[in-house]
Design a protein around this ligand. Structure first.
Ligand code: FAE
Length: 543
């Protein structure tokens, strides 16, 4: 039985009222207790980029705000004195309730050297597996900023305009992208690191082979602190990205949003942060606002304690898996019946494809590799298969001559998030053939590089003898697309005048031609300007 089966919409919970367990969490919670959580002027669900911008801007405007996050607050060291574990030594901190790590690489020369058994715990990286597509997301205060590559890339203006016909692109590029870059602390890798450091030999090798094929290359901005990276390179600071830290979190160096927007949000004194609270249901509360049901997550999984909070303004920032899931559940179970048919639609993988080439012996990539990518190869001018490929690190501690790429290919393929009533969860509908177009885009970029350099793909890394893999993504986008499921500022359609907002990557329609977090942040800044000025504090901030 689920919360929705137990409680009629807008029921007022009594303190400690006993409830049967929910279907989704039956093994962990034999009995659920609902505890009234109090009223807040605003609630933000999810603490990634979109949620962090919303929380900071609400806090600065003097709005008492509750920030609910499913994952941990990663601020306390484990027994080894570190908050996060490294990629070569994963433990329970690595993955979200998994018995074994699930990184994309399956094998090296036929042997699975990448994945390890680990204790099941609320770790920082989740891989959500659906038919034909797996989706990686971060779990914790800071969302996917905790585990991502830190690449802060502006989309091309024409791609931005295509994705967001209702948004003033000039204002975005002159005001909101610069604002997001300043707040996220975006910088550019200095020449001494990129051109000379042994840890960037892999970038230089891939760049050289691309240029030999006549491809354009460019440097990618990042939120990693290059002052810190220089110290790592000189041996003056503990190694983080220069060691093997990235996908399971960085212990230093990276400006994830817990170090930027969220820190500033909490400093306003107006934002109450509750980690390890998973929102399972949202509904109108009968007095014009919203009731939000959040289950406490414990070290062993979901607990039997559910908090029922109320608010006047509800901001959904649970990412392009979490936000569509909450919305399709609300529409299908009737707790928000006026949501339109666009909710759940327009989901895409941003054309993510991973691929690898084998370099010749005279082109080594280095046994030490810095995990923060620095170089991209641009094939966007391709007439049918535009793509950008970022040169990714593969830090294995020995020379392997592999150039690894994360391609972002332009593809028309889109899926949808549907509500699975039996499991009470959102399910991604994505067909097998839908990966082919993006994979062809990656090959349209890499085939000429192989040809010009007399090299071949690596066929042993992704399983099934495949040279390219488009069946997983780091960049889930869409499911509540701007201008379709919402108005042009993220106000949810059907509830436009009732203060229900989407602020995250689900606003982006499936593909962008660039890594998404800078756009998520800039768009959230723009939308919060409008929402605060018109809906919440038309008379100005009240700190
Ligand atoms: P996100 O950051 O995912 O945050 C959502 C938060 O909501 C998470 O903390 C969830 O735990 C939480 N949540 C979900 N459901 C619930 C619920 N029901 N109740 C409470 N909390 C909930 O969303 N992008 C780039 O631009 N550059 C990169 O270099 C890059 N590298 C990446 C590398 C990896 C390995 C991965 C996985 C992603 C990468 N991305 C990169 C993608 C980028 O991090 C992502 O687009 C943004 O983080 C999306 O931001 P949102 O605010 O939408």
């Amino acid at each position: 039985m689920r919360i929705g089966d137990i409680l009629k919409p807008a029921a007022t919970p009594k303190n400690g009222s006993p409830l049967p367990s929910t279907g989704a969490t039956a093994s962990a919670a034999q009995q659920s207790r609902v505890i009234p959580g109090g009223h807040f002027e605003a609630i933000v669900i999810g603490s990634g980029y979109g949620g962090a911008v919303a929380a900071k801007r609400l806090g600065q405007a003097g709005v008492p705000t509750l920030l609910l996050e499913e994952g941990r607050h990663w601020n306390a060291p484990g027994p080894d004195g570190k908050v996060h574990c490294g990629m070569r030594s994963p433990d329970g901190r690595a993955m979200w309730f998994k018995d074994r790590t699930e990184v994309p690489l399956k094998a090296f020369l036929g042997i699975d050297i990448y994945n390890r058994d680990i204790p099941r715990a609320p770790g920082v990286l989740d891989r959500m597996n659906f038919d034909n597509m797996s989706v990686y997301v971060g779990r914790g205060v800071g969302g996917t900023s905790l585990v991502n590559g830190g690449m802060a890339v502006r989309p091309r203006a024409d791609e931005f305009r295509e994705a967001f016909p209702g948004v003033d692109a000039d204002a975005m590029f002159s005001k909101y992208f610069p604002r997001a870059e300043a707040n996220l602390k975006v910088g550019t890798i200095p020449d001494d690191l990129l051109e000379k450091d042994p840890a960037y030999r892999y970038s230089r090798a891939a760049r050289k082979s691309a240029e030999k094929a006549g491809m354009e290359t460019r440097v990618i901005p990042s939120v990693y602190d290059y002052g810190y990276m220089r110290k790592e390179a000189r041996g003056e600071a503990p190694k983080s990205a220069m060691g093997d830290e990235l996908m399971y979190g960085n212990n230093a160096g990276k400006n994830s949003v817990d170090k930027t927007y969220l820190k500033e949000a909490l400093e306003t004194g107006k934002v109450d942060l509750r980690p390890m609270h998973r929102v399972e249901r949202i509904e109108k509360d009968g007095s014009g606002g919203y009731r939000v049901w959040a289950r406490e997550i414990g070290e062993a999984g979901p607990t039997g304690t559910v908090h029922a909070f109320t608010c006047g303004n509800l901001f959904l920032g649970a990412g392009a898996m979490g936000t569509p899931e909450m919305l399709v559940r609300a529409r299908e179970t009737g707790t928000l019946p006026r949501l339109n048919g666009e909710v759940g639609e327009g989901w895409g993988s941003n054309g993510n494809v991973m691929a690898a080439r084998a370099n010749p012996l005279w082109d080594p990539v280095g046994s030490k590799q810095c995990a923060v990518p620095a170089v991209a190869i641009d094939n966007w001018k391709h007439p049918t298969h535009p793509a950008l490929a970022e040169v990714a690190a593969l830090p294995m501690g020995f020379e392997h001559w592999i150039s690894m790429y994360l391609a972002l290919a332009k593809t028309p393929e889109r899926g949808r998030i549907e509500y699975d009533a039996a499991a009470d969860r959102g399910v991604l509908r994505w067909e097998k053939g839908q990966n082919a177009h993006a994979e062809a885009g990656a090959r349209a970029l890499l085939d000429p590089i192989n040809k010009a350099n007399g090299t071949i793909y690596r066929y042993d890394l992704f399983g099934g003898g495949r040279p390219v893999a488009g069946d997983f993504t780091y960049h889930p986008l869409g499911g509540a697309v701007l201008g379709k499921a919402t108005d042009d500022f993220g106000r949810v359609r059907g509830y436009e005048n009732e203060r229900l907002y989407v602020v995250d990557a689900s606003l982006i329609p499936g593909g962008l031609g660039a890594n998404p977090f800078l756009t998520v942040t800039a768009l959230a800044e723009r939308n919060m300007d409008e929402i605060l000025a018109k809906d919440i504090r038309p008379e100005g901030p009240k700190p």
